[in-house]
Design a protein around this ligand. Structure first.
Ligand code: ATP
Ligand code: MG
Length: 572
């Protein structure tokens, strides 16, 4: 697709000269920012919170929180004390020790962060669970990880099949009027009484920190274990890519049940001493714009699905709010359609910066930073310290403009440590010659920009041409009637596969054969004849993960009458 590049702007951290930094940068330089590089003994929670509480930032706001009924703020000093208290509660009443899995299953709230950081201070491994998970999803994860402790709320308790989880010894309940009984402990009552000082458990850099189950877009979620060492990259990318500065007010919209909500909703911003906004409750355009206005958000990290919903809500609603504090907007999780970038420029007067990474990679790998030209539709370039390439199925590096496997050279600091209980799965990510293979299909252009094409399994072979579903979906979105689109390959005796598009319409459009034909012609004329969907089906909604990703495997299963597989992460 022909694109016009958007000019670079001045970023604060010296990636002005990307090429130069890329040539010379070594992660060892970042490591030296931390005092533990000398001793080797480390703790993420200390670096994210306590270090600032003992510095000029002690009275700086670390956490702004709001939901429908609460509005609170906490300084770094207060967070240090509250996470110490939480650590003491978990230790005294749950016997939590280094390496234990402590799962947290509750809505976004300050207590979520107290418990998570408190557990990390004890050297435990935190397992965050998205509040909307139903019983099956909760059970799978607690069982697989053999969680010893769970922190949850009274409302969610009925989804925890406690009798079927022999490893689960203690359940902390966060709520009012909690009846303590055997393994059930009142978290808030004891939090209040707990001492506010705690002996931190110093761990090795490769000791477990957090266990994240993947989004489940392509199959059963995998338990990805990250270690404390990941902080090197969380910190560096929070500076380079999020461009966080002392005065920034930062808002990441992702739930901590997903990796974005921890790597960049907790660790990255706090490692850099940034004020972090966390919002509970449901999405609505008004609530979101109001958040930006109310807190004076300067750096905003969200996802294409949210931007598309905001775009769909129309530009009138934006005019009600003062969004002038915004200076940097980023996106992750799914391909960022050029149409969305154009809309962002129009309504916010900012370029939306795409970032590509995965649960498994722990932190940003390929991005558009403030100081780079953006080519709308491209994910950008590998950050310094990361070597990316497009390789064929044997692991040979392909020349520019050839579609293949997006692969990364081993050796970035936030790389997963293992897949929990599944070494074979972990091993399957690597080619014998050492490349980590992402499972995404992409190409690199002659300027070194990477272009996402789809999941490897989703790439469509039609009449001898390889078509990435993403470019077709992006073209479909440019049609005024199309709100959301998911594209799959459907087996065809003549062409191998044909392109089938599932389309949700914008409000005010009626389904009709004429509209189908109009959409088809739009792709044919505006993109390529061979990529125009031969079949279009209208749907009210597309199947999505709870992290907002279109589940193409479900569309395909419906279409071909195949088993749909694991649906534990699908939206209701
Ligand atoms: P599962 O691995 O369980 O199937 P998932 O891959 O969706 O689920 P995540 O780790 O949350 O789980 O998502 C990583 C994937 O998200 C990437 O492999 C990629 O396909 C997609 N992705 C993330 N960021 C981008 C981006 N900027 N552009 C395009 N795709 C992206
Ligand atoms: Mg994945």
């Amino acid at each position: 697709m022909k694109v016009e590049a958007l000019p670079a702007i001045k970023g604060n951290y010296n990636l002005q000269d990307y090429e130069e930094t890329y040539k010379t940068f070594d992660w060892k330089e970042t490591e030296k920012s931390f005092s533990w590089s000398e001793t080797g003994k480390v703790n993420m929670a200390y670096e994210a919170i306590d270090r600032h509480a003992e510095s000029f930032r002690k009275n700086k706001i670390a956490l702004y929180y709001r939901n429908d009924s609460r509005k609170e703020k906490y300084t770094f000093k207060e967070l240090k004390e509250l996470t110490n208290k939480a650590g003491n509660v978990l230790k005294s009443y749950g016997d939590v020790e280094k390496g234990d899995r402590v799962f947290i299953f509750m809505p976004r709230s300050p207590e979520f962060y107290f418990a998570a950081l408190g557990a990390i201070k004890l050297g435990a491994i935190v397992g965050p669970l998205f509040e909307a998970f139903m019983e099956g999803a909760v059970k799978d994860r607690l069982e697989d990880s053999e969680a010893k402790v769970l922190v949850t709320t009274p409302d969610l308790l009925y989804r925890v099949p406690v009798d079927q989880l022999p490893a689960l010894k203690t359940i902390f309940i966060v709520g009012t009027d909690v009846e303590e009984d055997g393994k059930y402990v009142d978290f808030l009552k004891h939090l209040e009484d707990a001492p506010s000082s705690l002996d931190i458990e110093w761990v090795d850099r490769n000791d477990g920190l957090i266990l994240h189950y993947t989004s489940g877009s392509t199959g059963k979620p995998k338990g990805v274990l990250h270690v404390h060492n990941a902080m090197i990259q969380h910190y560096q990318t929070a500076k380079w890519v999020l461009d966080l500065q002392e005065e920034d007010i930062y808002w990441c919209t992702a739930d901590p049940g997903w990796v974005t909500g921890t790597s960049y909703g907790m660790f990255g911003p706090w490692l850099t001493g940034t004020s972090n906004v966390i919002i509970g409750g449901r999405f609505s355009p008004d609530a979101w714009y109001k958040t930006i206005e109310e807190f004076g958000v300067t750096v905003w990290y969200s996802a294409p699905t949210s931007f598309r919903m905001l775009m769909g809500a129309g530009d009138e609603v934006i005019k009600k709010y003062n969004l002038s504090t915004l200076r940097h907007i980023l996106s992750v999780g799914e391909p960022l359609n050029p149409e969305v970038i154009r809309w962002g420029r129009k309504v916010f007067n900012h370029r939306i910066h795409d970032t590509w990474w995965m649960t498994e990679t722990g932190a940003h790998l390929i991005c558009n930073y403030p100081s780079m030209e953006i080519k709308p539709g491209s994910m950008g370039k590998p950050i310094p310290g990361v070597e990316a390439a497009i390789v064929d199925d044997q692991g040979n590096v392909l020349p520019p403009n050839r579609m293949g496997n997006l692969a990364i050279k081993r050796g970035w600091p936030s790389m997963m440590h293992t897949i929990w209980n599944n070494q074979a799965k972990y091993d399957s990510y690597f080619f014998p010659n050492g490349w980590y293979v992402s499972g995404d299909s992409a190409y690199m252009d002659e300027d070194g920009y990477f272009w996402f094409q789809g999941r490897v399994d989703d790439v469509i072979m039609t009449a001898g041409e390889r078509v990435g579903p993403f470019e077709v979906e992006s073209k479909l979105l440019e049609h005024p009637a199309v709100a959301e689109a998911g594209v799959i390959g459907k087996p065809d005796p003549v062409r191998g596969e044909i392109i089938k598009a599932f389309v949700a319409l914008m409000d005010g459009y009626e389904e009709s054969d004429e509209l189908k034909e109009d959409i088809r012609q739009f792709v044919k004329k505006g993109f390529a004849a061979h990529a125009a969907p031969r079949e279009i089906e209208f749907r009210d909604k597309l199947p999505k993960t709870r992290s907002g990703k279109i589940m193409r495997r479900v569309l395909k299963a419906w279409e071909l009458d195949l088993p749909v597989g694991d649906l534990s992460t699908m939206e209701d």
